[in-house]
Design a protein around this ligand. Structure first.
Ligand code: FAD
Length: 512
């Protein structure tokens, strides 16, 4: 949405933009974002320090050029969001933008709007959309496959109200979000099952580093409740993680305790639960002053209350859950993919800023910094025109019964490619998914199409996780528990080709 608004701003109304959303734009990870958005705007902070923290969290796999663009570009985007789009970030008593601390940030640099930052951002942007001419939103329009002809992407095939519709386009931007809901335990909206990754891959695009999944350490763990996120910001403000006996155990696993990077906190909780046999751990907000809880975490308090947990009096039961995919559709730092006419942005993209593990609150920032750049690039170098295809893709309207359910795939992925992985579980899981894929017949039905994407994403993620015989960031292999210097490289997938790719090198146009 931000890319579309910026495109309108830079290119004027002569560019016609269609914004497709699987459901409504309100059902997105962006709108669910809680903790905030990182930007080095404090006097004692700098883009260089922000970059240092980002590179450290990324565990040797960030693209330094992309990180520099991210951290130096932050201030301008924040100014625009506040001044032009009216985003109401929280302020201090003196009127300055309020900044909080989050894990692995060396400075207080996370802007926020209470604990519903994503809602504040999306609602502000949504208000700007209706006033734009030639920018139309199509809700309930599911992108299914790219229209790739003569080696370039010329549009997209879309499921809309039971019909197959073709949107011809000079440029297609995949901004379909992440794939964390491909796992059974996930903090993401149900629709975040990686459609864009599957669509780009089937169209011949290159995916990068998709084995890296960030597991958020603290998702609400109450029977029947969704895995609602208990934001990292609560630990930044002083909450403790404790076990059923009240022990603050994280310090036994990591000297940074509650403020260690997410992957380390998630693994520590996972290991502790395995060791103790407990099913959940707890986040205890009681060390935080009551007034701070009320001011900073009203949404967490409200949702927990719905599940009969009073966060002022009781610790919150939590468990780790899949949260953010560091990899995605490989792009350069302008959002261009290896396929002419195809661009990607946001969590669906791999710009290189997150490496093997994302620094908290860098993903919203990435959407804005790189979304703005992509809009500039599209205006400067709008690709050739598109044409209408002469043949329709061979979609059936009725398919055979699916070989598995979405839940089967999600459970398998959680068990085989969750917080702790092992070749002996990854391999049979991949074989199972391949068997399901072989038996699945795509047809014009949203659930069937979603399952096809889920199976593709699961197969690609498992294959990448098997290939990377080391542990790094969000990818931990029990059979290869240490980082391996020889693996300080990206993984690229195109078609059935899977390769290592060195850092700091331009993307190839194809894998041989
Ligand atoms: C609970 C939660 C809290 C978070 N908190 C933070 C935070 O505090 N700070 C931070 O930086 N990051 C946070 N994140 C991560 C961040 O919100 C996301 O990475 C980011 O918002 C992704 O934005 P996006 O535009 O790429 O995807 P999304 O916001 O998920 O949007 C994707 C859109 O694509 C649509 N779509 C998907 N598939 C299709 C299809 N086939 N056809 C048509 N449309 C499709 C979806 O309907 C949706 O509208 C959080 C994530 C979650 C889930």
């Amino acid at each position: 949405m931000y890319t579309a608004l910026r495109l309108r701003e830079y290119g004027g109304p002569k560019i016609t933009i269609a914004l497709l959303a699987k459901r409504s734009q309100r059902r997105s990870a962006s709108r669910w974002a809680q903790g905030g958005m990182a930007a080095a705007i404090a006097p004692e902070d700098s883009p260089e320090l922000h970059a240092e923290d980002t590179l450290k969290a990324g565990a040797g796999l960030c693209e330094p050029g992309a990180v520099e663009i991210l951290t130096t570009g932050a201030r301008a985007q924040i100014e625009r969001l506040v001044q032009q789009y009216g985003v109401a970030f929280d302020r201090t008593a003196t009127g300055d933008l309020a900044l909080t601390l989050e894990a692995a940030h060396s400075r207080r640099r996370v802007l926020h709007a209470a604990d519903a930052t994503g809602k504040a951002l999306i609602d502000a942007l949504m208000e700007a959309v209706p006033s734009q001419s030639n920018l139309e939103i199509f809700a309930q329009a599911i992108a299914v496959d790219l229209d790739v002809r003569a080696g370039r992407c010329q549009g997209v095939w879309v499921w809309q109200e039971g019909e197959r519709v073709h949107f011809g386009a000079k440029a297609v931007v995949l901004a379909t979000g992440g794939a964390a809901s491909a796992f059974a335990q996930s903090t993401n909206p149900p629709a975040s099952t990686g459609d864009g990754l599957a669509i780009a891959w089937r169209g011949g695009g290159i995916l990068r580093d998709i084995e890296f999944m960030q597991f958020h350490p603290t998702a609400l763990a109450v029977a029947g409740a969704p895995r609602f996120l208990i934001s990292e910001a609560v630990r930044g403000e002083g909450a403790h993680v404790i076990d059923a006996r009240g022990d603050r155990f994280l310090l036994d696993y990591d000297p940074q305790g509650e403020l260690a990077p997410r992957d380390r906190v998630s693994r520590a909780i996972f290991s502790h639960l395995q060791r103790t046999g407990d099913s959940v751990a707890y986040v205890d907000l009681r060390p935080i002053p009551v007034a701070t809880i009320a001011h900073r975490f009203p949404n967490i308090a409200r949702v927990c209350q719905e599940w009969h947990i009073d966060i002022y009096q009781q610790p919150i039961p939590i468990t780790p859950a899949a949260h953010y995919g560091m990899g995605g559709i490989a792009t350069d730092t302008w959002g261009a993919t290896s396929l002419a006419g195809l661009y990607a942005i946001g969590e669906a993209a791999s710009t290189g800023v997150h490496g093997a593990n994302r620094l908290a609150s860098n993903s919203l920032l990435e959407c804005f910094v790189f979304g703005d750049r992509l809009a500039q690039r599209l205006v400067e170098a709008m690709p050739e025109g598109s044409s209408h295809p002469e043949t329709l893709p061979p979609w059936r309207t009725v398919g055979a019964a699916p070989p598995c359910t979405a839940a089967d795939v999600q459970n398998l992925l959680w068990q085989a490619a969750g917080i702790v992985r092992h070749g002996q579980t990854l391999q049979p899981a991949l074989e199972q998914v391949q068997a399901w894929r072989g038996a699945h017949q795509p047809c014009l039905d949203p659930d069937n199409l979603a399952l096809r994407n889920l199976l593709d994403v699961a197969a690609l993620l498992l294959a990448s996780a098997l290939l990377r015989t080391e542990s790094r960031g969000g990818h931990f292999r029990q059979d290869f528990p240490a980082a391996d210097l020889a693996w300080a490289q990206h993984t690229l997938i195109q078609g059935d080709r899977l390769r290592k790719h060195p850092l700091n090198q331009p993307l190839p146009s194809g894998l041989t």
